[in-house]
Design a protein. Structure first.
Length: 374
């Protein structure tokens, strides 16, 4: 019997090495990794710049705790908020932790407790983040949950308006629901949220744990909408494979998170920060973003050309193929053919290559996808 809890339905492959988009198992079989460890490996496996950052920093200093000043955290925070309306960052270790911080900050700042979230959303597995998540399969068996959250259908303006009252602290959403099916916020819904938040003084929390850090072709996905978050959360792609999360907020929120209000032992430790800074130095340049957008268009055109019967959804290099039946059997077949994929919801095949993927690798992936889906 396994010494592990069986809380994951693991696929029976043991990976031993990766480089760029390629990953190799213990039998020597090569795969194209179009999961990126679920949108984590922004620069692919074992990128030389990240290897170097870890090597150099690990010889100097790994950990000090947040008892002491950190110019490196300052620099990372400055890079994250540069050319945005956001002003401050708090560093943690995961997406769920970033969302916990966001929920706490929104409640503390407003003195209110209700937070509106959406069906099919995913915000993480800790108690607050799980309660915020709009999927019963994530929550079943763990109740009673926090009764703070009011969950309504995504992109439904009337239903959203019907749950707004004076108790609402915040509206919390993903610009593209990554786990829930690659569902994009509509321009009309984004406008309605903006109007409601402005007129009622409600905070806007955007969960960019999956969509952020250039994944969708802009540094943050909200930049492609009218939405202006008061609070934004990040994790996955930020560390390129090293665990780090962040919560960003506007200057108006600064005083609500004073000394002693919130914290974490590991959050923003020098090793994690050195890696994240290296990731951002690479993926936040306009040249890099242009390449992501070019590869995205190339990928989209190829998919539409070879799979005209399918709807392709998403943005940048967070794309989805909508199937009329379950996605899992196709994903299993692709794996046999050497292409790693992950589902989004029951019937969407999610495509999340490293942002450094080449057009040749996109061609190879499309060939495998077309042979399986045709
Ligand atoms: C993955 C994810 C989370 C949870 O992140 P963890 O690091 O697994 O805690 C939260 N929100 C979104 C949108 C995600 O995709």
């Amino acid at each position: 019997m396994s010494s592990l809890f069986q809380n994951y339905a693991r696929r029976p492959i043991h990976f031993v090495q990766g480089k760029g988009t390629l990953i190799v198992d213990d039998t020597g079989k090569e795969y194209l990794d179009f999961t990126s460890g679920i949108a984590v490996l922004s620069l692919g496996h074992a990128h030389p710049a990240i290897v170097k950052a870890i090597q150099q920093q690990s010889e100097k200093l790994w950990h000090t705790s947040n008892l002491f000043e950190s110019p490196e955290q300052e620099q990372l925070a400055t890079t994250l908020v540069k050319d945005t309306h956001l002003a401050h960052a708090f560093f943690c270790n995961s997406g769920a932790e970033a969302n916990e911080a966001a929920i706490k900050l929104a409640r503390k700042h407003t003195g209110k407790h209700a937070i509106i979230t959406f069906e099919k959303s995913f915000h993480g597995r800790t108690f607050g983040a799980m309660s915020a998540t709009g999927q019963d399969k994530i929550k079943n068996g763990f109740g009673p949950l926090l009764d703070t959250f009011r969950t309504v259908p995504f992109n439904d303006i009337q239903q959203l308006e019907s749950v707004i009252d004076d108790e609402v602290a915040a509206i919390m959403l993903e610009v593209i629901q990554g786990e829930g099916g690659v569902n994009q916020v509509t321009p009309e819904f984004a406008q309605a949220i903006t109007d409601i938040c402005e007129s009622k003084g409600i905070l806007l929390i955007i969960d960019e744990v999956q969509t952020g850090i250039s994944r969708t072709g802009t540094r943050y996905a909200y930049e492609q909408t009218v939405l202006k978050p008061d609070i934004m959360t990040l994790a996955k792609g930020l560390g390129g494979g090293f665990p780090i999360g962040a919560m960003l907020g506007t200057s108006a929120l600064h005083d609500s998170f004073g000394p002693g209000t919130h914290g974490t032992t590991f959050g923003g430790n020098p090793l994690a920060v050195a890696v994240a800074q290296t990731v951002l130095n690479n993926v936040f340049t306009s040249e890099f973003l242009n390449e992501v957008n070019e590869k995205s268009s190339y990928f989209l055109d190829k998919l539409k050309e070879t799979l005209p019967a399918y709807t392709i959804v998403g943005s940048g290099l967070l794309l989805g193929i909508v199937c009329s039946d379950e996605a899992a059997p196709y994903i299993a077949e692709a794996e046999k053919a050497g292409l790693l994929l992950v589902a989004a919801g029951p019937n969407v095949i999610r495509l999340l290559p490293p942002l450094t993927v080449s057009t040749e690798e996109i061609d190879q992936a499309v060939n495998i996808l077309s042979s399986i889906l045709k």
